[in-house]
Write a protein that binds this ligand. Structure first.
Ligand SMILES: *Cc1c(COP(=O)(O)O)cnc(C)c1O
Length: 452
């Protein structure tokens, strides 16, 4: 079978294979890559997932995209190597479960994608003996997950930009203590500034001689591994192809897009709930059909979701037959009725986030952190408008509570234990550069450090 092709959401650049989409990150026309059509997993194969470990499900799902590009035995080994940590599904009540995606090396769900991406990049670079510089803007968790995943991968240099005042101390230390092939830059600005600097660098003809790539959620390689845990949840919670409900706390909508991808591949899904914090541009759009980005983005306790213009909306809109360009302008409306049928969104303020975290602890003796609390409150908001029936549900907890000890202490009067792996990183000396939110300075930095 010929390799699957990927097309840009802006429709102005040629279709490419997975390897090319991976290296490019953003398409030349500044759109995002999506598969020409989604490979299908037949119901009988999905039913068989019930007996398989996570790594094997990951292999079954991802191999549908990598055929003709990565040999199956290599991919299977990468999956076993990357996914060697537990994925707890904790019962909340009846058929509602909390899926904790926080047991990876940096205690965030971003490890699921970063670990696989690093192995795929390593595989491609070994093949063609190239060097690549990965630029990543982070509001906290992407940077540390990417830095850990790529640390020591030959042929890869990573530069992480983070907003100095918007990341927690432990989030920062998880990326600034690695060194070697990992550089971190503290930007005097917001996440949006970091993201804008990275995007301009990709589009800058003066930097064409530096092979740049991205590990942000614009990269299709980030998205595909994030579809796997929805198949996994269903394999453990759904009976005979029952449709699932997922509640996914959303910022750039890469995680929620993982669920959309799973559904496009054939996973039965009743509803994808994608709650946001005070950055409510998506729920407003879903209600009104009118999209307006929020600039500057609003700060909140769920800081990894402080996104005023989620890059993955271009993909979501495309899947529903519309077209949105990188600035957020809609050239063709998506099928809004279908979007509303499949998706639900709601804005959860900081007050409601904190109350949800506390009530959840009081009621179920299960600890959330602020992002998971947004997911829980989003689920409750959905229950208030739509009868769930008996559908199994997975609430996605995207980070370990120990990453937010101060906030949690305020709510439940004690602080969670720090996982041992994190504790080690917190003791190491930090090393990072500082920079104004100024593209000219960033460009000069790249040229000075990386031009040959
Ligand atoms: C990144 C992140 C999110 C948001 O995920 P998106 O894919 O950007 O929507 C939610 N929670 C945590 C802890 C994160 O790090």
């Amino acid at each position: 079978m010929p390799p699957l092709l990927f097309r840009s959401t802006n429709g102005q650049s040629p279709a490419v294979n997975l390897r090319e989409a991976f290296h490019a990150g953003l398409a030349p026309d500044r759109g995002l890559y999506l598969p020409e059509q989604f490979p299908q997993i037949p119901p009988a194969e999905i039913a068989g997932f019930a007996r398989l470990p996570y790594a094997e499900i990951a292999f079954r799902v991802l191999s549908k995209f990598t055929g003709g590009i990565i040999p199956d035995d290599h991919l299977a080994a990468m999956c076993r190597d990357a996914y060697n940590f537990p994925i707890p599904l904790e019962k909340i009540h009846n058929r509602v479960f909390l899926m904790r995606l926080d047991q990876g090396p940096t205690a965030s769900f971003k490890d699921f994608a970063a670990q696989m991406m690093a192995r795929m990049f390593g595989h491609f670079l070994r093949d063609d003996g190239q060097q690549v510089t990965i630029l990543t803007a982070t509001s906290g968790d992407t940077g540390s997950a990417v830095a850990h995943a790529f640390h020591g991968v030959p042929g890869v240099r990573v530069i992480v930009l983070f907003p100095i005042a918007e990341v927690s101390v432990s989030q920062r230390k998880l990326m600034t203590t690695l060194r070697d092939n990992i550089r971190t830059i503290a930007v005097e600005g917001k996440f949006d500034d970091c993201q804008a600097m990275v995007k301009r660098a990709f589009a800058d003809p003066d930097l064409k001689h530096i092979p740049l790539s991205s590990a942000n959620s614009i990269n299709i390689g980030r998205l595909l591994p994030q579809s796997v845990y929805y198949f996994y949840a269903a394999s453990r919670l759904a009976r005979d192809g029952e449709p699932m409900v997922f509640s996914i706390p959303s910022g750039n909508f890469g995680d929620a897009m993982g669920a959309v991808v799973a559904r496009e591949m054939g996973l039965p899904v009743k509803k994808i709930i994608a709650p946001v914090n005070a950055n409510d541009e998506f729920p407003r759009f879903l209600t009104s059909g009118h999209y307006e980005k929020i600039s500057p983005s609003r700060n909140s306790v769920s800081n990894a979701m402080n996104v005023g213009h989620p890059s993955n909306l271009a993909r979501l809109v495309a899947i529903y037959g519309g077209q949105m360009d990188e600035t957020g302008k809609i050239h063709r409306q998506p099928d809004l009725a279908a979007m509303r049928r499949d998706l639900f969104s709601t804005s959860v303020s900081d007050d409601r986030t904190r109350a949800a975290l506390k009530n959840f602890w009081d009621q179920y003796q299960l600890l959330l952190e602020p992002h998971g609390a947004v997911a829980w409150q989003g689920f409750l908001d959905w229950l208030a408008v739509e009868p769930p029936g008996d559908a199994p549900a997975a609430i996605i907890e995207t980070a370990n509570p120990a990453k937010f000890p101060e906030e949690i202490h305020k709510m439940v009067t004690w602080s969670p234990d720090i996982p041992p792996k994190m504790e080690e990183a917190l003791k190491l000396p930090e090393d990072f550069d500082r920079m104004d939110a100024d593209y000219g300075k960033f460009k000069a930095y790249l040229i000075q450090k990386y031009a040959r």
